[in-house]
Ligand binder design. Structure first.
Ligand code: HEC
Length: 192
């Protein structure tokens, strides 16, 4: 048989030779990308409260506000590229999709937003799946979902009293009052 190769010293492995250089290059890239400017890493100064029932707002804050509001919590790792790019993109795209800090004044638009909110949850699209392992508090319980479902079915007449923006009352919209208390009996309060 051929024994010639047994006498040769082992070839220096490519990893040994190139490993340190590769690591150095990666480190340089990592440092370098930190200087790439990122869009929308701050919250806008205006953070108006969402004019919806407080128990609903509490659930949305837990599960949705990190991408759909002006009250995004920015954890330390969200400031480090390339994670920062992904987070910034989610917030920019998320705020475009729906923004709980820019709630419309029009009651029909609000009703539409409520429906969209529930639809996105019912379909399982929201909260985005990769967000949940890092933010277990965003997992919605059955009670949370029941609450939001009911809220999404709120009749438009229900929120007449909440025009805090000094908006002139819309002409031709007499309050009806027969549905007013429909959403008040929630099945259970969540005690988280
Ligand atoms: C990790 C970020 C993130 C979280 C958390 C999140 N969303 Fe989203 N959401 C997005 C992004 C990004 C989009 C836009 C792209 C898309 O539609 O997937 C979006 C889109 C939407 C839309 C618009 C869908 C459409 O058809 O235009 C709605 C409504 C929505 N989200 C509701 C919610 C609700 C309700 C929650 C909480 C239960 C939530 N999202 C949590 C990132 C997020």
């Amino acid at each position: 048989m051929n024994h010639a190769h047994e006498n040769k010293p082992p070839a220096p492995s490519a990893l040994k030779k190139w490993g340190p250089r590769l690591l150095g290059a990666l480190a340089a890239i990592f440092v370098g990308i930190q200087f790439v400017p990122v869009e929308a890493m701050e919250n806008p100064a205006s953070q108006p409260p969402l004019p919806e029932p407080p128990e609903v707002v509490a659930v949305l804050k837990r599960a949705c506000y990190d991408c759909h509001s002006h009250e995004v919590r920015w954890p330390w790792y969200s400031r480090i590229a390339p994670v920062s790019w992904l987070v910034a993109r989610d917030v920019v795209e998320g705020r475009k999709g729906i923004n709980f800090s820019e709630w419309p004044d029009d009651e029909d638009d609000r009703a539409f937003n409520r429906e969209q909110t529930w639809d996105s949850i019912e379909s399982g699209d929201m909260p985005l799946w990769f967000y949940l392992p890092v933010h277990p508090e965003a997992n919605l319980t059955e009670a949370d979902k029941a609450l939001l479902k009911k809220w999404s079915e709120t009749e438009v007449e229900e929120e007449e009293e909440e025009d805090e923006e000094a908006e002139p009352a819309k002409p031709g919209e007499a309050p009806k009052g027969d549905q007013g208390k429909a959403a008040d009996d929630e099945e259970e309060e969540d005690e988280e």
